[in-house]
Write a protein that binds this ligand. Sequence first.
Ligand code: SF4
Ligand code: SF4
Length: 183
Amino acid sequence: MKGELTKKKVRRIKVDLDKCNGCRACELLCSAFHAKPRFSSINPARSRIRVVTDEINDEYVPIRATDYTKAGCEGRRVYTINGKEYSECSFCGSVCPTRNLFKDPDTGLPLKCDMCEDDPPQEEPLCVQACSLNALTLEEEEVEEEVVEEVKPGEMELGLRSLIDRYGMQKLADTFARMSQKS
Ligand code: SF4
Ligand code: SF4
């Protein structure tokens, strides 16, 4: 059955690799925005954007965290852009076990870019605001989409899933049982 068509504004962050110089201001502002309380601390490990850096080859690739994945992929392609070679991983925002990116430094839980969701929303995402070289720019487009009811896993579900992957179901169940006995 076809759903209703509605117009929706889609926001994307465009990356210009030639302009990025690896200053990491984007990481700092993103991590400060997501600190609790907001702007109380700066820790790039908490940032939802990280700059994959290869100084010898003068390569800087800002990538934003996307989805949590239980296993690393087999893809190890190499891309050549403007005469420079980049590994496939340099462009991947997945939170995967083969590298230590996009995991909350305190809890180990996966981080994900939320386009700085806030109420009211940010006029420009914080990483875009931080980038004085315009390596990151915001693009907005209005698209039509069909309204389909979809149940997405919430943050809590994603967090639980990654804890189960790390510690196993039985260990978590035992921990919860112990906690409920104490309370
Ligand atoms: S702030 Fe801009 S130039 Fe600096 S690292 Fe981030 S994307 Fe690159
Ligand atoms: S859009 Fe916001 S949440 Fe996403 S990487 Fe940029 S600053 Fe971080």
